[in-house]
Design a protein around this ligand. Structure first.
Ligand SMILES: Cc1cc2nc3c(=O)[nH]c(=O)nc-3n(C[C@H](O)[C@H](O)[C@H](O)COP(=O)(O)O)c2cc1C
Length: 136
C-alpha cells in the first residue's frame, strides 16, 4: 500500500505543478483524504481522473468552495505513518483514530492540513538552523 502511495505521489507532484494545483494528501491506512486547490477546470479534470483510478473504491466529495487565496503553497503530503509530532496535531483537531469521512468537514480538514504543513515547515526551518549553527 505504501508503494501505491509513493506512485500516486510521484505522479501527482509533476502533474499538479504543471496544472497549477496545490493542496494536500493524507492517508490513514484506510482512507485517502485530499484537498485540491486550483483553477476550476483543472481541478474538475483531475477529479475525473482520480475517480477513474482503480486504486480506491469510493470517492466522496466533502465540499467545494471558491477561495480568494490558496491555503497551500504547493503540493504537500501528510499522514500515512503518523509521527509523534503529527499525532499531537491530529489529536488537537479531534482525530484520535482514522479519519472517518462521515465525521469530516471541509473546514476541519483544511484546518488540520494547514497545521500539519506548518509543523513540517517548522521542522525544516529548525533543521536549516541546526545546519547553519554547525557551519559556524
Ligand atoms: C487517492 C488518490 C489521489 C490522487 N491524487 C492525484 C493528484 O493529486 N494528482 C495527480 O496527478 N494524480 C493523482 N492521483 C493519480 C491519478 O488517479 C492518476 O493515476 C494519475 O494522474 C495518472 O498519471 P499518468 O497519466 O502520468 O500515469 C491520485 C490517485 C489516488 C488513488
Amino acid at each position: 500500500m505504501l508503494q501505491g502511495l509513493r506512485e500516486i505521489l510521484a505522479a501527482a507532484r509533476g502533474h499538479n505543478e504543471a496544472a497549477g494545483i496545490t493542496g494536500y494528501l493524507a492517508f490513514d491506512k484506510v482512507s485517502f483524504v485530499q484537498i485540491l486547490e486550483g483553477p476550476r477546470a483543472a481541478v474538475a479534470e483531475l477529479m475525473a481522473t482520480i475517480r477513474n483510478d482503480p486504486r480506491h473504491e469510493t470517492v466522496v466529495v466533502l465540499g467545494q468552495r471558491t477561495i480568494a487565496t490558496r491555503d497551500f503553497d504547493n503540493w504537500a503530503m501528510g499522514g500515512g505513518l503518523r509521527t509523534v509530532d503529527q499525532q499531537e496535531v491530529y489529536l488537537r483537531h479531534g482525530f484520535s483514530q482514522g479519519m472517518d469521512p462521515a465525521r469530516l468537514t471541509l473546514s476541519r480538514l483544511v484546518a488540520l492540513a494547514r497545521d500539519l504543513v506548518d509543523l513540517e515547515a517548522g521542522r525544516r526551518r529548525s533543521d536549516a538552523e541546526t545546519e547553519q549553527e554547525a557551519e559556524i
